[in-house]
Ligand binder design. Structure first.
Ligand code: NAP
Ligand code: GLV
Length: 315
């Protein structure tokens, strides 16, 4: 039987291996680097930040599965073979991201950071609590994750808009698209959520020029940024400048240009910044190993793979 290779760095492959073995005991599962065996046996690779050049050394590779929603970590390999690159789309991952987005929109909307400081000072002081219906949230990226998060925010009563590359229609969401749609989208947005993929077109998009266009005088009480997409999208010096000059009232950052975020980064200690360690939507092997195995079964049954990334589009 064709073997499945797990090639993972920066995260523990053991839970993935255990879950794949439990769900498919008949499968030949290999682990990079120590248990790769004969490279010619490997038909499928399950990868997260795998070393560059590895896939080119697998002569019978048929498909590569990203163990997350993003595929940018695969595209950094200049010798990537011409096989389908499949990304994770799964209700478990989508729900985790929506929870993160809702948590951090509410954290800013309900002034949680302020109350946290006040608690340490034993200060009993209320701050204005505008209705969600007065607060304009904008979600960049209306794909699997962005559309779900936007819909959940709309259900909580926020005034939600989204921005995508191509036109969209989503119930209860004001949809903008393309270059001409970006400025009007930003100008009505008080809390900006980024869920775009990392591509040449989105690289560095979260810069000072963009942040200046956000709505600062709305009910959100300033402009806020939540980036749960990729660090490559943000210019960290610009975010710091925006926070210090008051363009941004706060930021939640889950992703960074360099991960782990170096201890010397001024973002760590900035009073207006909330940091999480790239875990907005954890890829849970318990839920997602089944997703990958189902795709392999589809492929072997002659059915098309789902959620294959489009190399021309870059995501
Ligand atoms: P997706 O389904 O591919 O959706 C991507 C969205 O971005 C689409 O709406 C797309 O527009 C839009 N887009 C792409 N390029 C654009 C551009 N140049 N201008 C405007 N809009 C553009 O991806 P997804 O599954 O929602 O995931 C999004 C990203 O989240 C992933 O790529 C990954 O980097 C990140 N992520 C982070 C974590 C974490 O834990 N921090 C976890 C999972 C995923 P169209 O709809 O017009 O194609
Ligand atoms: C995580 O960052 C993912 O792309 O799923």
């Amino acid at each position: 039987m064709p073997a499945i290779l797990l090639a993972v760095t920066g995260t523990d492959p053991q839970p993935w291996e255990a879950r794949l073995r439990a769900l498919a005991p008949q499968r030949d599962i290999r682990l990079w680097p120590d248990r790769l065996g004969d490279a010619a046996d490997i038909a499928y690779a399950c990868a997260w930040n795998a070393p560059r050049g590895l896939f080119a050394r697998l002569p019978r590779i048929k498909a590569i599965f990203s163990l997350g929603a993003g595929v940018d970590h695969l595209l950094t390999d200049p010798d990537l073979p011409d096989v389908p690159l499949v990304r994770i789309v799964d209700p478990d991952l989508t729900m985790r991201m929506t929870q993160y987005v809702v948590l951090h929109v509410l954290l800013h909307h309900r002034r949680y950071r302020l109350y946290d400081v006040q608690q340490r000072e034993r200060a009993w002081r209320e701050h204005p609590q505008p209705p969600a219906s007065a607060v304009a949230v904008g979600v960049m990226g209306l794909g699997e994750l962005g559309a779900h998060a936007a819909t959940a925010l709309a259900r909580l009563g926020f005034r939600v808009a989204g921005w995508s590359r191509t036109p969209k229609t989503l119930s209860g969401i004001e949809c903008f698209h393309g270059e001409p749609g970006l400025d009007p989208f930003l100008r009505r947005t008080g809390i900006l959520v980024c869920l775009l993929p990392a591509t040449p077109a989105t690289q560095g998009i979260l810069d000072l020029k963009l942040l200046h266009k956000l709505k600062r005088d709305g009910a959100a009480g300033g402009a806020y940024l939540i980036n749960a997409a990729r660090g490559a999208l943000q210019i960290e010096a610009d975010i710091l400048a925006a926070l210090d000059e008051g363009t941004l009232a706060g930021a939640t950052l889950d992703v960074f240009a360099r991960e782990p975020l170096p201890p010397a980064s001024p973002l760590w200690r900035h009073p207006k910044v909330t940091i999480t360690p790239h875990n907005a939507a954890f890829s849970d092997p318990h839920a997602l190993a089944a997703n990958v195995l189902r795709q392999i079964e589809r492929f072997e049954a002659g059915l098309p793979l789902e959620h294959v990334m489009d190399r021309a589009r870059g995501y």
